[in-house]
Design a protein. Structure first.
Length: 171
């Protein structure tokens, strides 16, 4: 995770020292789970890649999970701000969602299949303000987790996700 993503995660959980759940192989395990879902035709099954939390504060945690989806939302809820990242990105204080198209040989034995990935970051903290900064911090952390996952999956052209986080709002 980049220094910027680490600082964003610290801001989201509210402290510099936080604990994490999940194995050191979070992206690798999540990639295997998604390939398994593809093989069985299952969509919308969330696979948690990581979770950061403060043990002494019950509602101070942030988690990131991924699933396969069949389509992107046509009309996102008005409480979300839409961003130009991946296929589409949506963010608010309590969460962020990122849709990516991944073409990889891991999803098909002969040739490459393209799948729609959905990444979601959830903040359990209710005290975060719904500001541009909070929304961008959510997307920064989700971007870093997504980059780790698409690397494990071997997505062509990095699934259209830039190496450095950049996400202007959609007009």
């Amino acid at each position: 995770m980049s220094d910027t993503a680490r600082r964003s995660l610290q801001d989201l959980v509210g402290v510099e020292d936080y604990e994490t759940l999940g194995s050191d192989q979070g992206a690798k395990d999540t990639a295997k789970d998604l390939v398994g879902d593809f093989e069985t035709g299952q969509t919308s099954s969330d696979h948690e890649l990581c979770r950061a939390f403060v043990p002494s504060a019950e509602a101070r945690a942030t988690s990131v999970a991924f699933s396969l989806e069949s389509k992107t939302p046509k009309d996102p809820a008005s409480s979300f701000t839409q961003y130009e990242l991946g296929v589409t990105a949506l963010a608010k204080a309590s969460n962020a969602v990122l849709y990516l198209k991944c073409s990889s040989s891991q999803f098909q034995e002969s040739g490459k299949a393209e799948v729609l990935l959905r990444g979601e970051l959830l903040n359990m903290s209710t005290s975060l303000p719904d500001t541009e900064r909070t929304r961008e911090e959510n997307l920064t952390v989700l971007h870093a987790a997504s980059r780790a996952l698409i690397e494990q999956l071997g997505c062509e052209k990095d699934a259209g996700l830039p190496a450095q986080f950049s996400a202007p709002q959609k007009a």
